[in-house]
Design a protein around this ligand. Sequence first.
Ligand code: SF4
Ligand code: SF4
Length: 229
Amino acid sequence: MKESLIYFSTARVQEVAQKMKEVGRQYEQLFTDLGRQMFADMADLHDASEMTAVCTRHVEQALSAFGNNFPDVSPVACTKGCCHCCFFPVECPPQVVIDIARHLRAKESAANLSLLRHKLAQDMKDRKPPLYRAKCPFLNAENLCAIYEKRPLACQCFTSPAPAQCEQSVADGRDISQHPLRHRIYQAATTMLLACAKKQGRPHGQVMFIPALLSILEIEDGLWQGYGI
Ligand code: SF4
Ligand code: SF4
């Protein structure tokens, strides 16, 4: 009787499964190491904008490295002018809000800043429980973000495959899907900014973007949450 050739076996499946498990573990470790790198590069910085810049650099490098080396199987349907996510209440690490406040102070006239403070205060009145949804005061007439380059990490994380789901969420508060890789990278940045604040003995909880920004813009000069503004 002719001996049959063996192309496939349970043992071979087990061997490959083991290798994939190990690669999966290494993939997860990449995110841990990204966070560790961010923390190491920020831990000795005390300026909020410098910390935010380090995070931004790492986020961009990580997005590029993952994007260039892994297939992207998660669809994103975000387009210019699509803005249902800009009705969501946004939370930020304190450093991010300070950086945005400084950017606005450097760029805007006193009259524009006064108008902006008025809009931020109005936004806080417009957001009603339980969903606290309202059109973000930074959304302009063309439905574009007026601080797009500096927008909070949470805003950069909005990356849904389904605009209709985002629109429905404005009305009923349902969760919206986000691009898993981007979400993880931005989450690492947020977590590490808060971890650095904690290590430095500063408040280390996320703050609501609009009320926090208004507080900072109302201070002429001095400290906010232990940071110079
Ligand atoms: S997250 Fe949703 S609402 Fe926001 S740009 Fe993407 S698809 Fe549009
Ligand atoms: S800051 Fe910009 S991106 Fe974020 S919610 Fe407001 S308009 Fe949208």
